[in-house]
Design a protein around this ligand. Structure first.
Ligand SMILES: NC(=O)C1=CN([C@@H]2O[C@H](COP(=O)(O)OP(=O)(O)OC[C@H]3O[C@@H](n4cnc5c(N)ncnc54)[C@H](OP(=O)(O)O)[C@@H]3O)[C@@H](O)[C@H]2O)C=CC1
Ligand SMILES: CC(=O)C(=O)O
Ligand SMILES: [Mg+2]
Length: 761
């Protein structure tokens, strides 16, 4: 791929091919539109379309504010670009910007439940662009302008703000400025500096840079202490080359002419320019305890590793998620628009921006509670040089920032709707938290922190190799590909997979030095189960599941993933010959279904065919334990076709008995049943049973039997569009995960990450 050098590839957490596959797999792109109303009957059609639709039409014509009640407008933001400054990649045109704009739209939805659509406008003419956008006003509750080059973006945003009565917000300007200001507030506090006397150099004088320095000046920075640089060097008073009115407004009186000269003795540097623009020499010349925000995307002006080579007293932030301190506008735009939309704000003003920056800065200083620690790999980050700003997956952002923004909007008179009870608003916001984002993110993040050796038992398979590469690339640990080295290399070469990279080991079971140890171990376990020594030898020499499971059993690997070429129960049988249940535990399978903003664990989806009451109680305990490990507080619903005794029947009786067993065991999680699935999942239906002990909808669903578990998860997947991960094996003494036959590489890497996540737990 053009522009990708070796250093990029070594650092990249994803390969170019993975990025292309991610975008092209299934339905191309990252978005689809789903109706919110049924459209199944003649009546639905009459209501949604003609004649029923005429009624809201007339209502809106009579009172335009009712558009917020009858249409998507109140929760809909357009992400609009012409592709003239795509990230730090430059002017690559409107069409090429679409992946970024789709990405921003997805982030709106994932992080703040704001519906969003991307619009790419194919013109570099400022007037044409403005006209195109201004007439789209009725469609949206807000306009997020993105990746439009300076100085055009200043003119476009200013004119659209005047012309439109909804928030128009150029994310690269204000989103970036808000996040950078939040990080700076904290970095200054940590280094004992104040706004007035700190000396800052900003490299880049485009959209993001100008907005950042305007915001920090409005927060107290002295103009004479801020030096702006662009491709021509320092922007000094009197300079003529490459100037415009926005740069001129920040020109300073100085003899310094180059970035190198400007950086000498600086306290802070903001990089909002391009990859590699800051040199080690420049960083070396900065003041003690320098603050370095290298924010260019996807590659920063200087990397944290490069800084660390020459200084150990710096606070470093980048725009990337794979380093500490991600200063990126993703921390802002979803939540700022959430707050603005909820009060139907006519604009996003300075007070709202400063409120967002302060809320963000404040959050990093707060203690990290239990349910939030999960987003930080299970560790509690302490406010300090490595943690000046929350991570994008911090679940507190959704309640903290919109509340601050909405409050500021109301106080400054730009809100067209009042929120009288901000505490209740914060509670509602918390309920919008997207579990998909947090669950998988949390798993990956923790494994990255404590990387593990995972053996990919079917190492000769192409999907396994791809998954192994992805595992290693994402810095989850070492992926061990088990198989004949020659075959692995041939397949890899044919498929264009580069396995000669750090983090990948190839292991040939036939010639491994550990074979005899594994054979003795296996024979000791199986000799009284009808196996001869010869059988143990054959299993270790010829069967990769047995070999891999012994590696895990004897500590040569932390976890194992298999199942691609063998059915689930056979693979499980292979594994169980080598690994027992954890003492006091029962092995079960649980599937994690992520659907429409909700996450539920369904169990047992793998092991017990027709569980007894005792087994159902065990399944509930194992599944509740898994839920906790995944960061949820379990509310276990013991499902049946009946609810609390009606209608009665033998299967329901078993479930009812299981609930009594859990009562006797005095387990430390919420559970109740038996109940039907709609009672468990729908709070309004649950209300009909006021004695029900669940404090909210069930998030762990224990199924009465394997068939109902398997059928319901598959239906969820096929009809409900759920993402189903698993079945995850729970309760084994060592960490093994079995994928379904023919699984995709992305499924395999999720399971490998889960195997790593569960190891040693
Ligand atoms: N972390 C974050 O959240 C965000 C990061 N960014 C990053 O900031 C950068 C700029 O984006 P944006 O402001 O939208 O783009 P613009 O096109 O509006 O501005 C780019 C600016 O960078 C300057 N520049 C480019 N290369 C160099 C260099 N080697 N040395 C000095 N100056 C340079 C240009 O100088 P000149 O004026 O002379 O052409 C111009 O002033 C991008 O890398 C982008 O990814 C942007 C938004 C958010
Ligand atoms: C993050 C972002 O918006 C950018 O780099 O352009
Ligand atoms: Mg951008």
């Amino acid at each position: 791929m053009p522009g990708t050098d070796k250093t990029d590839r070594q650092r990249a957490s994803v390969t170019d091919q993975e990025a292309l596959d991610f975008h092209s797999s299934g339905r191309p792109g990252k978005l689809e539109i789903t109706p919110t109303k049924p459209m199944a009957t003649q009546r639905d059609l009459s209501l949604a379309y003609s004649p029923g639709v005429a009624v809201p039409v007339k209502a809106i014509a009579a009172d335009p504010s009712t558009a917020y009640d009858y249409t998507t407008r109140g929760n809909m933001v357009a992400v609009i670009s012409n592709g003239t400054a795509i990230l730090g990649l430059g002017n690559l045109g409107a069409l090429a910007s679409k992946p970024v704009m789709e990405g921003k739209s997805v982030l709106f939805k994932r992080f703040a439940d704001v519906d969003s659509i991307d619009l790419e406008v194919d013109t570099e003419n400022v007037d044409e662009f403005i006209n195109c956008v201004r007439y789209l006003g009725p469609s949206f509750g807000g306009i997020n302008l993105e990746d439009i080059k300076a100085p055009d973006c200043f003119i476009i945003e200013q004119r659209l703000r005047e012309l439109m009565d909804i928030p128009v917000f150029h994310d690269d300007q204000h989103g970036t400025a808000i996040i950078a200001a939040a990080g700076l507030i904290n970095a200054l506090a940590l280094t004992g500096r104040d706004f007035k006397t700190t000396k800052l150099v900003c490299n880049g004088a485009g959209a993001a840079a100008i907005a950042c320095i305007e915001l920090i000046k409005s927060m107290g920075f002295s103009p004479e202490n801020v030096i702006l640089c662009d491709t021509k060097g320092v922007i000094y008073q009197g300079r003529e080359e490459g100037m415009n009115q926005w740069k001129s407004a920040h020109a300073v009186k100085t003899d310094r002419r180059t970035l190198t000269e400007a950086m000498d003795g600086a306290d802070v540097v903001f990089g909002l320019s391009a990859k590699g623009a800051l040199s080690e020499e420049m960083i070396r010349s900065m003041a003690p305890r320098p603050i370095i925000f290298a924010m260019a995307n996807p590659d920063p002006e200087i990397t944290p590793e490069e800084v660390a080579r020459i200084r150990d007293d710096a606070i470093v932030a980048t725009g990337r998620s794979d380093y500490p301190n991600q200063v990126n506008n993703v921390l802002g735009f979803p939540y700022i628009f959430r707050g603005a939309l909820d009060v139907r704000a006519s604009t996003i003003n300075d007070a709202m921006k400063i409120a967002a920056a302060e809320a963000l800065a404040h959050l990093a200083k707060e203690d990290v509670p239990d349910d939030v620690a999960a987003a930080y790999q299970g560790v509690r980050p302490r406010f300090g040089a490595q943690y000046i700003i929350p991570v994008p997956f911090d679940p507190r952002l959704i309640s903290a920032i919109p509340v601050a923004v909405a409050k500021a909007a109301m106080e400054t008179g730009v809100a067209r709707k009042q929120i009288p009870d901000l505490d209740a608003y914060a509670r509602d916001l918390r309920a919008r938290r997207d579990p998909i984002a947090s669950t998988l993110q949390q798993i990956y993040a923790r494994v990255r922190r404590q990387p593990k050796r995972v053996v990919f038992a079917e190492g000769e398979e192409e999907q396994m190799m791809r998954a192994a590469v992805s595992y290693a690339n994402q810095q989850l640990g070492t992926a061990i590909l088990l198989g004949r080295e020659e075959t692995i290399r041939e397949t890899a070469e044919r498929a264009g997979i580069d396995i000669d990279r750090a983090g990948i080991e190839v292991l040939n079971a036939r010639i491994s030095k550990r074979n005899n140890v594994y054979i003795d171990y296996l024979y000791a376990r199986l000799q009284r189960k009808g196996f001869l020594f010869r059988d143990a030898q054959r299993l270790i020499h010829n069967d990769r599941n047995h070999f891999a499971a012994c590696m895990v059993a004897l500590g040569d690997a932390d976890g194992m993933v298999t199942g691609l070429t063998r059915n689930y129960s056979t693979a499980l049988e292979d594994v169980r010959r080598c690994i027992d249940a954890k003492p006091g535990h029962r092995v079960i399978g649980a599937s994690l279904a992520l659907c429409r903003g909700r996450a539920v664990l369904v169990a047992d989806t793998a092991v017990h065919d027709m569980p007894s009451s005792e087994e159902l109680a065990d399944i509930a305990e194992e599944a509740a334990g898994l839920a906790r490990r995944l960061g949820y507080e379990p509310r276990v619903a013991m499902l049946a076709y009946s609810t609390f005794g009606h209608p009665s029947g033998e299967r329901s009786e078993r479930v009812r008995e299981a609930v009594k067993i859990l009562d006797r065991r005095r387990v430390d999680f919420e559970y109740d049943g038996e109940m039907a699935a709609d009672v468990a999942l729908n709070p309004r239906i649950m209300e009909q049973y006021p004695f029900c002990r669940l404090s909210g909808p069930g998030n762990v669903l224990v199924m009465p039997a394997f068939h109902s578990a398997a059928i319901s998860t598959k239906m969820l997947q096929e009809l409900g569009g759920a993402m189903v991960i698993g079945p995850l094996l729970v309760g084994l003494d060592k960490s093994v995960q079995i994928v379904s036959m023919g699984a995709k590489d992305s499924d395999i890497v999720n399971m490998a990450a889960l195997a790593a996540y569960n190891s040693g737990v």
